[in-house]
Design a protein around this ligand. Structure first.
Ligand code: BTN
Length: 249
């Protein structure tokens, strides 16, 4: 039994299409905030940018339903908050954990988890998927250089969920009471390893190369493009290329 922080209700399912989809269905039916949907298996797990999410190996997938009562433009903060809650909860056991913009959970250059936030009316569903161990036969060839699992010290699924929820609650309270400044300072620290890196930005018509400068107050990524112009990236994906400044593509 998970020791959930006060105000949370757990729905533990053996199998579901997607924990985000289930939480959204319940949100539309009027479920109050505090629901946590956890599934042992997702048969149609969703990733960012319309991709599928395959929880490879030993993984944990869960979604939280919040109703913070903020306008949609402020809801982006909950996406950043979710990534920070993961790092905050697990960093003692995995000190090298960091966030790649906007909220990929990375160990070194390999992805150990992902976060997908979806909005519906006033509801925010925060979906979190984390790799706890590699698949029995090791990562498949196409993922071997890209996927990582968290160290055993983070604990089992229940411990991870309870820890992330506790951190989420704490950071959300801080955001609601103190405004976004402390959250953004934490977010910039969590993203610090990618400052100065050259990246490929995917999200517009054509990918383009840039160097990461930082994050603005809205959470958008600030980069210098190949001609040295400063640009902000509001949505999409960035791929780490290396510490060197690239030629324009
Ligand atoms: C990403 O593309 O990096 C985001 C992946 C988010 C996966 C999680 S697993 C729990 C929740 N349910 C889903 O269908 N997706 C999210």
């Amino acid at each position: 039994m998970i020791p959930l922080p006060p105000g949370h209700r757990l729905l533990h399912l053996p199998s579901v299409d997607s924990t985000n989809a289930e939480a959204l269905r319940r949100a539309r039916a009027g479920e109050p905030e505090g629901l946590v949907v956890w599934a042992d298996e997702q048969v149609a797990g969703r990733g960012r940018q319309g991709r599928r999410w395959l929880g490879g190996g030993d993984s944990v997938a869960f979604s939280l339903l919040r109703r913070p009562g903020v306008p949609p433009q402020e809801a982006t903060r909950w996406t950043l908050l979710a990534g920070l809650a993961v790092v905050d909860a697990l960093q003692a056991a995995a000190p090298e954990l960091w966030l790649k913009w906007p909220n990929d959970v990375l160990l070194g250059r390999r992805k150990a988890g992902g976060i997908l936030c979806e909005l519906d009316g006033g509801a925010i569903v925060v979906g979190i998927g984390l790799n706890l161990a590699p698949p029995a036969g090791g990562w498949p060839q196409d993922l071997v250089d890209r996927a990582a699992s968290l160290p055993p010290g983070v604990g089992g699924r229940e411990q991870v969920i309870a820890g992330v929820l506790a951190s989420f609650d704490r950071l959300e309270t801080e955001l609601l009471q103190q405004g976004p400044a402390p959250l953004m300072a934490r977010y910039r620290r969590a993203l610090a390893p990618m400052i100065g890196w050259s990246v490929r930005v995917d999200g517009g018509a054509e990918p383009w190369a840039a160097r990461v400068e930082g994050v603005d107050d809205s959470g958008a990524l600030v980069v210098l493009d190949g001609s040295g112009a400063r640009r902000t990236v509001l949505a999409g994906d960035v791929h780490l290329l290396g510490p060197a400044i690239p030629e324009a593509p």
